[in-house]
Design a protein around this ligand. Structure first.
Ligand SMILES: [Zn+2]
Length: 92
């Protein structure tokens, strides 16, 4: 479960502060750490993840201005939607 992205803790902290700990996609609060939730399975779904505003598949950079924080599950849902995208392009 290692995320192979060069996304830093500092970026995480500034995004977290800018969003007040809320998911950029659904607007609900995200748990900050594993022990803020009762079960590892909840953490797995709700943990904050880096979401690329312009997807990496579309050339979006790993830069702070292209990043927001979102629940893992929301991020995944968005990814799927884009994969079937309105412009018909394949996200992979
Ligand atoms: Zn969310």
């Amino acid at each position: 479960m290692v995320e192979p992205r060069p996304l830093s803790r500092a970026n995480f902290d500034s995004l977290w502060a800018a969003q007040s700990g809320q998911c950029a996609l659904c607007g609900k609060a995200m748990p900050r750490g594993r022990f803020d939730v009762a079960h590892a399975s909840i953490w797995k779904k709700q943990r904050p993840t880096f979401d690329h505003i312009v997807p990496k598949a579309a050339g979006g950079p790993d830069r702070l201005e292209n990043l927001q924080l979102a629940h893992a599950v929301c991020n995944k849902r968005k990814g799927k939607r884009q994969a079937g995208g309105v412009d018909g392009r394949d996200a992979t």
